[in-house]
Ligand binder design. Structure first.
Ligand SMILES: *Cc1c(COP(=O)(O)O)cnc(C)c1O
Length: 413
């Protein structure tokens, strides 16, 4: 893999670039910014003049509070914040091309409120696409995904008024049941569904399982129905493309049009850093003509949004560089391998995708008290859990995992 953009920068280099970007943004203190309903953070509350700001480009960004409203990878944008918008554009280009296999300048995208918004943005674009290009009615456009899919897709079905088709998965492998998908699609077509929006998971929230997008594409092509495919990589998007470089869930797969990532999960960025990436020539399907007072195209679900958050994502990516990030993920994968070995030794049953850092344990093998003590997340909250998951993040180190294993041992003895 050749990295065109994803390099490593020292703290000093980052500081210089951020300072330069802030200089290109509007300066409220000088100059004549009279019309924008925006200013810095309230300096009585947020240390506007404090001397420690000079040591922290990140805090300077937050105090300056740039608004990144709109999408900056196409058309015009608000000129007031062009310095920091350029860094957001770099993030989109870097992730699209260096990590997700997009062709050069082949991606649009923006930093959304979260994975939920990025997923909704995809559904919104494809619903409009089928309406405009095929004169489809919403009732003829179905969302299709596995039963392990994040509930934000069900939210999207409700918000955009689309029928939702859920394909069951195999209990132990968490793979889509192909023999159930076929009749589901055939029945839907018989009942008047003409168009499909597929959501494939690049790691499900509860299991870290990975969907095979070709299972969907194969069946939809065989029935000859137009479809658009979105990949939900809100959890796995900063892991799986690193651990499995030749995968079917990125832009090298021509059937895939868009991808969601979440920087506020594995990347440990501030909340409000979902990432939406989409092939060129699709964003405009959600252009809102009424958004006349915003310069450029407000084609995002959120209006005003934090430019500081966008640059925070840039800072994390630049601090690690591609190879640094790869090493960090490898450490988590090694730790997960070790933990799974420990579970196997004890005969404790679990699901884990070998390229991921989630371990989902059968609830019958974990006393509820132990699960509660370690805040394991159950698959259901309102009825007895079938599964509990452990997510091996930076802070979930071997010592903590050992303590959990010892508690399991003492209760099972
Ligand atoms: C967390 C998650 C989401 C939702 O993301 P938010 O950032 O919480 O809105 C969507 N899909 C998957 C797979 C997730 O793990």
């Amino acid at each position: 893999m050749t990295m065109k953009y994803w390099r490593k920068l020292s703290a000093l280099q980052q500081d210089e670039i951020i300072s330069h970007a802030l200089k290109q943004n509007v300066n409220y203190a000088e100059g004549g910014s009279l019309g924008v309903p925006a200013s810095t953070l309230d300096d009585k509350v947020f240390y506007g003049q404090a001397s420690f700001l000079k040591d922290s480009p990140w805090l300077r960004l937050y105090v300056q509070n740039p608004n990144h409203i709109g999408c900056h990878t196409l058309g015009d944008s608000e000129p007031f914040f062009k310095g920091t918008q350029a860094l957001e554009k770099e993030v989109i280009q870097l992730l699209g091309e260096d990590m997700l296999g997009a062709p050069e300048a082949g991606c649009d995208g923006y930093i959304a409120a979260g994975g939920t918004e990025a997923n909704l943005q995809a559904i919104w674009i494809y619903r409009n696409y089928f309406e405009k290009e095929f004169s489809a009615k919403p009732s003829e456009i179905a969302l299709i995904c596995s039963s392990d899919t994040h509930y934000s897709i069900a939210k999207g079905a409700g918000i955009f008024g689309l029928p939702l088709l859920e394909v069951p998965v195999e209990e132990s492998t968490r793979l889509i049941q192909q023999d159930r998908l076929e009749p589901l699609v055939h029945n839907a077509v018989k009942e008047g569904i003409g168009y499909f929006i597929v959501v494939a998971n690049m790691a499900t929230t509860m299991f870290g399982s990975i969907d095979d997008p070709n299972v969907y594409a194969g069946i939809l092509k065989s029935v000859g129905r137009p479809f658009k495919m979105h990949v939900d990589g809100a959890f796995g998007g900063f892991i799986y493309p690193i651990t499995e470089q030749n995968n079917q869930l990125d832009f090298t797969n021509p059937d895939i049009s868009s991808i969601t990532l979440d920087a506020h999960k594995m990347l440990q960025a501030p909340y409000g850093t979902g990432i939406f990436l989409i092939r060129k020539n699709l964003m405009h399907f959600v252009y809102t003509e009424q958004a006349q007072y915003v310069n450029g195209m407000d084609i995002t679900l959120s209006g005003s949004r934090s430019g500081a958050n966008a640059v925070a994502v840039w800072m994390i990516l630049m601090t690690y560089g591609y190879y640094g990030w790869q090493e960090k993920i490898q450490v988590l994968i090694n730790r997960t391998d070790w933990f799974c070995g420990q579970l196997e030794k004890r005969g404790i049953r679990f699901y884990r995708h070998e390229k991921m850092n989630i371990v989902t344990i059968r609830s019958v093998d974990v006393p509820k008290k132990v699960a509660d003590k370690y805040y394991l997340v159950p698959d259901k909250h309102n009825s007895p859990a079938d599964w509990y998951k452990i997510v091996v993040m930076e802070h979930v180190d071997r010592l903590k995992l050992l303590a959990f294993l010892q508690d399991l041992d003492s209760r099972q003895a």
